[in-house]
Design a binder for this molecule. Structure first.
Ligand code: ZN
Length: 341
């Protein structure tokens, strides 16, 4: 079985974006705020949006199941208040839930949280619980920078985040550390901000005792871990100077990396540097990089090709495609077992 642990609903019907634009336009004039019931997207529209895009590509590429969350760049937690984010997150999560009901064998949900800069993270717990317990979601996306590129929140090791961690641990749900759109002109959203955040999150947990405090908390760092695998020696050396335990012991029972690296040498490096038990297959399609690589003639985000061609044993490949995802996303494993997989 091939599980893609990182897909977003980037192809939602345009009515969703229109509703969000109205919500944003109403921030200064609350009377103009659209009600949730004004957003109407039929099951047929949802089915079409998936069948002609993600599902088509999954079939072409031989992928079986995608952990599917709302479009990351649209989370935009910096916009409006907590209430703005709460309404928006609930809408987006519900759409992903509906997709998982329409295609129960191919999609399982992961939630966006109603984060808002400076707001107590306790406020996210209710939506987290709702998505996991009512919708059967198996993961969440946690935005380490809800300000959108200005990094005004404390680091991920700070007690600010503990209410979310406590609930994640209680429910045994991993968090993918995933920023949203950048509203800082210095950082291109998907080319810089995403990868910066992956690297930054890793260093934040490296310099902390977070996983001694939360030994069963699990983070998936997407986009191949940003700069982490490439600079593994630097991170090891820094940890050593800080008299921290070796990284394997310090972080690698809790931190995992996905395979959203869009060329063969990158995947070769990732799978050589990072223990295979810490690598989860993902493509993030249909996402930031949608073109065809003229050097290979294949889509950049057709990441299965790179895993198939990496110097891995069949057992290692199985871990990356299925085993590791089932270990990290224990609720997914339970769901698959209940269906005889
Ligand atoms: Zn993503």
């Amino acid at each position: 079985m091939i599980i893609d642990c990182h897909g977003h609903f980037t192809t939602a019907p345009k009515a969703l974006e229109d509703w969000r634009q109205r919500q944003i336009a109403s921030l200064n004039i609350p009377a103009l705020a659209p009600s949730v019931s004004e957003l109407r997207i039929s099951d047929d529209e949802l089915r079409d949006a998936i069948a002609s895009n993600q599902l088509r590509l999954m079939r072409e590429r031989g992928m079986d199941l995608t952990i599917f969350s709302p479009r990351a760049s649209f989370m935009a937690h910096h916009i409006g208040s907590f209430e703005t984010s709460a309404t928006w997150a609930a809408i987006c999560n519900t759409l992903c839930h509906r997709v998982s009901e329409l295609f129960p064998d191919q999609f399982v949900g992961a939630a966006m949280l109603p984060q808002s800069p400076g707001i107590d993270t306790k406020s996210c717990v209710k939506e987290l619980e709702r998505c996991v317990l009512e919708y059967g979601f198996v993961g969440v996306n946690l935005n380490p920078d809800p300000s959108g590129g200005h990094w005004t929140s404390p680091p991920l090791s700070d007690p600010y985040w503990y209410p979310i961690y406590e609930k994640l641990v209680e429910l045994d749900v991993p968090a993918m550390i995933h920023v949203s759109t950048s509203c800082n002109a210095c950082f291109h959203t998907t080319g810089a901000h995403y990868l910066n955040a992956d690297t930054t999150a890793f260093m934040q947990v490296l310099t902390s005792d977070l996983f001694r405090r939360f030994p069963t908390l699990k983070f998936v760092i997407p986009h191949g871990g940003g700069a982490v695998p490439y600079h593994w020696g630097r991170f090891r050396g820094l940890a050593q100077e800080m008299k921290l335990p070796p990284l394997g012991e310090h972080l690698l029972n809790n931190v995992f990396f996905d395979t959203c690296v869009y060329h063969q040498p990158g995947i070769d490096l990732l799978t050589r540097v990072i223990p295979v038990k810490n690598v989860l297959f993902a493509s993030e399609m249909i996402g930031a990089v949608r073109g065809i690589d003229p050097e290979t003639g294949h889509y950049y985000d057709d990441t299965r090709r790179y895993i198939d061609q990496a110097a891995l044993s069949d057992e290692e490949r199985h871990q990356i495609y299925e085993g590791n995802a089932r270990r990290v996303y224990s609720r997914l494993d339970a769901r698959l077992k209940a269906r005889g997989h």
